[in-house]
Write a protein that binds this ligand. Structure first.
Ligand SMILES: Nc1ncnc2c1ncn2[C@@H]1O[C@H](COP(=O)(O)OP(=O)(O)OP(=O)(O)O)[C@@H](O)[C@H]1O
Ligand SMILES: [Mg+2]
Length: 261
């Protein structure tokens, strides 16, 4: 008898899958991307991206300007003009699915441009993203206010009155309550004061504690260094390096050269 083989009872079809997520006693990855190509019109931007975010992991996607980080997140959501290859979200293939179906699988996307409505208050902006049909426990409003007290103080302020940091906290926090359990966060620390960056870092750690899976697209390696379990570096639309957190000190030189820092 092979003691290493899992017993038959651990073979299971994951809920929410289309039947193609047959795994052996293991949750499917939150995100599994294979040979992903993506285009904006005629412009071929992604050239065979391969990356995985296992359930509960925080993963950082690094790269220089124009490397293709934002396009990778947009391609996952179905926001590029074309995409080929494979993108599995919690075991379900989403290439070919429209954007709202991808979101309904439990994916929350915070784009670089934040999407805060100037004419709505913080609270109204906050309640804008609809709850998703997942059973994943998101954060309550009180829990979000505990993480970002400014959002409570500014609850009735219109979007126009919020500082850049407050807008970023709002853009990130409003997807915490929706039931999304895979979060795609684009450059959330960019250009913000250290105190705001620290608050965002604490929030990412809290997400991990609660079992969220997170993909951070970042140029700011220092922000992600203490948060991510694993790092991918992109260059010209491809992943060129994958580093485990434990390998960081050994691979500093390689990383510096690729990121130009
Ligand atoms: N809407 C678009 N149409 C055509 N090309 C685009 C579009 N958006 C981005 N690109 C091109 O795709 C490539 C990848 O851009 P992307 O925005 O994904 O990079 P990035 O890694 O997020 O970098 P950064 O955030 O620093 O701009 C770049 O060459 C960029 O010029
Ligand atoms: Mg970008």
């Amino acid at each position: 008898m092979n003691l290493l083989a899992p017993p038959p009872s651990t073979v299971q079809v994951q809920p929410g899958g289309s039947g193609d997520a047959l795994t052996r006693g293991k949750e499917p990855a939150a995100l599994s991307i294979g040979d992903l190509h993506a285009w904006y019109g005629d412009s071929h931007v992604l050239h065979g991206v391969e990356l995985t975010v296992n359930a509960g992991e925080t993963i950082c996607l690094l790269g220089r300007n124009g490397a293709g980080r934002t396009t990778t997140l947009r391609a996952i959501m179905g926001l590029t003009s074309a995409r080929t290859g494979s993108i599995r979200v919690f075991g379900k293939e989403v290439i070919g699915l429209p954007q709202h179906h991808v979101a309904q699988l439990g994916v929350g996307y915070c784009p670089e441009e934040r999407g805060i409505f100037a004419s709505l208050t913080t609270q109204e902006n906050f309640l804008l993203p609809p709850s998703l049909p997942t059973r994943f426990p998101g954060f309550s409003i009180d829990e979000i206010h505990a993480l970002f007290p400014n959002l409570k103080t500014r609850a009735n302020s219109p979007g126009t009155r919020l500082s850049g940091g407050e807008q970023q906290m709002l853009a990130v926090a409003r997807i915490f309550r929706t039931g999304a359990r895979l979060l795609l966060l684009d450059e959330i620390s960019e250009g913000l004061a250290p105190v705001i960056v620290q608050a965002l870092g604490r929030a990412i750690k809290e997400l991990k504690k609660r079992g969220f899976s997170v993909l951070l697209a970042e140029q700011n390696f220092r922000f992600s260094a203490n948060l991510a379990d694993r790092f991918y570096v992109m260059e010209r639309g491809k992943i060129v390096l994958e580093i485990e957190r434990s390998e960081l000190s050994n691979k500093q030189a390689e990383l510096k050269e690729l990121l130009g820092v």
